[in-house]
Design a protein around this ligand. Structure first.
Ligand SMILES: *[C@@H]1O[C@H](CO)[C@@H](O)[C@H](O)[C@H]1NC(C)=O
Ligand SMILES: *[C@@H]1O[C@H](CO)[C@@H](O)[C@H](O)[C@H]1NC(C)=O
Ligand SMILES: *[C@@H]1O[C@H](CO)[C@@H](O)[C@H](O)[C@H]1NC(C)=O
Ligand SMILES: *[C@@H]1O[C@H](CO)[C@@H](O)[C@H](O)[C@H]1NC(C)=O
Length: 471
């Protein structure tokens, strides 16, 4: 610190002291002079002292500040292992798997590629004491305390999730790094299903997709947890119980739209091709939806997506739209996942709505089904996209990444305008910067580099210009 700065901060400290002392004097005066509760007249005193050591907490957030607690079941682990292994970095990512029973048989010796296993605490006594009627719920919520107890050194965020989820830790570093981990913070997201939010809560982090607790919140929650079970013996949903305990600490949910509970069924491609403009943090229910890439199973799909995630998580699933005016075509790229060509100029405001390729979580519910707008899947050749899926990725140079998307199947429709069919395009090549995308409220722009008649269309991403209108 320069002497000038230290002089300034001394002055600040002194000013704060003066303010604090005069505040205290006023407060005491009010206590003695008025019989009325003083809180009506004076806001509560804010002490001018920082609550924790500034040096340690000011350093940029990195992977070792995140601690994962993954709830798992031994029965499902054999087929779910690839989902977790696809994103887990041994000896780099910190965290544990919490199993219902100890892994045995062919699961031993334990794979070094998976998170270290733990067995959930025996909660028999706790259930008796708390009179809580739902053992599985208590076991799941109690894992927060077990994770907090296990490791605290240097942890800023505790992230709880399920073993049928994929997490994107690099994006979590960037997103959580922008929040103040020294405060009480609860980050999570709603369900995509309107009914699930109505049935459980709009103010709850749906736990499978993961929720994050700042260190002080995890600490407060751990201290109170066993009492909290006594207060809510009737809550059978682990996520609802967690929310109730956090509510009692006075903390509300910070919604992050990159967390995905995936309370949806069947073909997710429409959803994943119009992702909201925030970094992707998680994908849950990987078991309950179709494999996200055609001609691959779920495990292969998880590893395939991780090829793009390993190179650039900041752009993963981020939607970039541009137009090829010569042909009146629209391009929409969901980086690292899919690319669409439409044979007409469709406004961005429409393309940002997911195509409803997926089914609702609960069958036979009445619309509205989702908490976001959708577009119908159609056979209108001017509105139905040619669909391409992520195939390969290459870091071409220090500043350029090339991703390639191949046609999934012939579209099987006539052309929108007889002389501008995109049927002959078999591959879309996308050039993007090797520098992280760090602006999320505004998308990147792109240009189409394509010569009529060639079977490869090339799309170059670039920063949008000041005041640029893309239409
Ligand atoms: C993360 O930052 C801490 C300082 O807060 C540092 O001690 C640690 O070595 C860093 N870890 C990694 C993996 O960069
Ligand atoms: C992790 O670290 C341990 C101890 O340093 C080492 O024995 C092991 O090989 C490492 N595992 C991997 C997958 O790198
Ligand atoms: C593009 O669409 C506009 C508006 O429908 C039309 O006037 C124009 O002729 C079309 N251009 C081409 C190349 O098809
Ligand atoms: C495209 O086809 C329309 C008829 O469908 C025709 O009028 C127009 O001249 C053609 N444009 C080009 C550039 O070939």
């Amino acid at each position: 610190m320069s002497s000038l700065q230290s002089d300034k901060s001394n002055i600040l400290v002194n000013l704060c002291k003066v303010a604090a002392i005069s505040g205290i004097v006023l407060y005491l005066a009010s206590v003695f002079l008025f019989h009325n509760p003083v809180s009506e007249f004076f806001p509560p005193l804010r002490l001018p002292f920082p609550s924790s050591e500034p040096d340690a907490s000011a350093s940029p957030t990195n992977i070792s500040h995140l601690m994962f607690g993954i709830l798992a079941s031994v029965k499902a682990w054999r087929h779910r292992k690839p989902y977790t292994d696809s994103w887990w970095r041994p000896n780099v990512t910190r965290g544990y798997l919490y199993f219902d029973v100890a892994p045995s048989g062919d699961l031993l010796p334990w794979s070094p590629l998976s998170p270290p296993p733990r067995v959930s605490d025996d909660i028999t006594e706790l259930l008796k004491e708390s009179k809580h009627g739902h053992p599985i719920t208590v076991r799941m919520v109690h894992a927060i305390l077990e994770l907090f107890r296990e490791e605290r050194e240097g942890v800023r965020w505790y992230i709880m999730g399920d073993d049928d989820s994929i997490f994107f830790a690099e994006n979590m570093i960037d997103v959580f790094g922008k929040l103040d981990h020294t405060k009480y913070i609860y980050v999570g997201c709603n369900s995509e299903s309107l009914k699930s939010n109505v049935d459980f809560s709009f103010n709850m982090g749906f736990g499978g997709g993961g929720f994050a607790l700042s260190y002080p919140l995890a600490e407060a929650l751990s201290k109170d947890l066993e009492n909290c079970f006594k207060r809510y013996p009737y809550l059978w949903s682990a996520d609802q119980l967690t929310m109730a305990c956090i509510d009692d600490i006075g903390v509300s949910l910070t919604v992050n739209k990159g967390i995905h509970q995936i309370d949806l069924h069947s073909d997710l491609s429409g959803f994943l091709s119009s992702h909201p403009q925030v970094p992707l943090l998680s994908l849950h229910h990987f078991d309950l939806v179709d494999p996200i890439f055609p001609k691959m199973n779920r495990a292969e799909s998880a590893y395939h997506l991780s090829k793009a995630a390993d190179v650039d998580q900041s752009r993963l699933l981020q939607q970039t739209i541009c137009y090829y005016k010569q042909n009146n075509w629209s391009f929409s790229v969901s980086w690292g996942y899919s690319a669409h060509i439409y044979e007409s100029v469709i406004p961005r405001t429409t393309l940002k709505k997911p195509l409803e390729t997926f089914k609702p979580w609960v069958r036979n519910t009445r619309p509205p089904l989702f908490i976001f707008n959708t577009r119908w899947v159609t056979n209108d050749p001017c509105e139905a996209p040619h669909v391409f899926f992520f195939d390969s990725i290459q870091k071409r140079s220090v500043n350029e990444v090339v991703t390639s998307y191949v046609r999934a199947a012939p579209r099987g429709l006539s052309a929108c305008s007889s002389n501008h069919s995109a049927d002959y395009v078999t591959r879309i090549t996308v050039f993007s910067s090797a520098t992280k995308l760090d602006e999320y409220g505004r998308s990147e722009c792109c240009d189409i580099v394509h010569v009529d008649g060639e079977d490869v269309a090339e799309v170059k991403f670039r920063a949008c210009m000041k005041d640029e209108i893309i239409a």
